[in-house]
Design a protein around this ligand. Structure first.
Ligand code: ZN
Ligand code: ZN
Length: 250
């Protein structure tokens, strides 16, 4: 009987240890800076010395958020002057360069949910100036196939986090997505064509509203432009974009 009790105790000890290990790893990861390993400061996963060195996306084009060389604010890039996108302004919190690009890949390719929460905090630490005037948030939904493959829609997670933090409602059923090929590696024109066939408008009345499209990475702005066209067709007055990161076109 005693040996049976000992076996049970041993099993309980082992199971507790197995449960404790990932929890301990997570707490340890939260307490240490993700860049240098030092103790993290007032930011959730970075120390006070590393946080100011993150690649902030400023100065940038006010319409498409492409990084600009000029330090003058309020400028539009040559591309937006020649052929303006359908959205009215953009704000990308960070540049899609090291280490932010690596962290986003951890979320998208390795499905690391700890990094998903961290990046949502990081995005909210640098919001757009227009936030107080926004009536609602919109994210581009994933197709069923992408959702099944990835298990989550990063844009939806970020939109929910923004909605909770700033008390702005999400406008649902405004956009619908059918399955399309991965947008990565496509030119702006190919992205537009790909999206025109896969993105559809909802039947919502968005008359006079100021909406903010939320996404993880803005590459050429083509995706957001097609989405903005659909929102304006439903009556939206102003459509802005807020993305976690902006790729740097060379
Ligand atoms: Zn650090
Ligand atoms: Zn631009």
């Amino acid at each position: 009987m005693n040996s049976l009790v000992n076996q049970w105790l041993q099993t309980i000890r082992l199971s507790t240890k197995r449960l404790q290990q990932p929890i301990a790893r997570m707490l340890l990861a939260q307490a240490h800076c993700a860049c240098c390993g030092d103790s993290s400061g007032q930011h959730p996963f970075l120390c006070d010395a590393c946080f100011p060195h993150l690649p902030i996306n400023h100065p940038a084009c006010v319409q498409c958020a492409e990084p600009l060389v000029s330090l003058q604010s309020g400028l539009r890039c040559g591309r937006c002057q020649r052929r303006p996108p359908a959205f009215d302004y953009s704000h990308c919190s960070w540049q899609f360069t090291s280490p932010v690009d690596h962290w986003i890949r951890l979320c998208k390719d390795r499905h690391d949910t700890l990094w998903l929460r961290r990046l949502a905090h990081l995005m909210n630490s640098h919001p757009p100036a227009q936030l107080a005037q926004v009536d609602g948030l919109v994210f581009i939904p994933s197709s069923r196939q992408h959702l099944w493959q990835r298990g989550f829609n990063m844009a939806e997670y970020l939109a929910q986090h923004v909605s909770r933090t700033w008390g702005i409602p999400i406008r649902k059923q405004t956009l619908y997505k059918q399955h399309s090929n991965d947008q990565r590696g496509l030119s702006a024109q190919q992205r537009r064509l790909n999206l025109r066939h896969s993105l559809h408008s909802g039947q919502q009345s968005l008359h006079g509203q100021h909406l903010l499209l939320i996404d993880d990475v803005m590459t050429t702005g083509a995706t957001m432009s097609v989405a903005a066209e659909h929102l304006k067709q439903q009556g939206a007055r102003i459509v802005g974009c807020w993305c976690l990161a902006r790729t740097v076109l060379r």
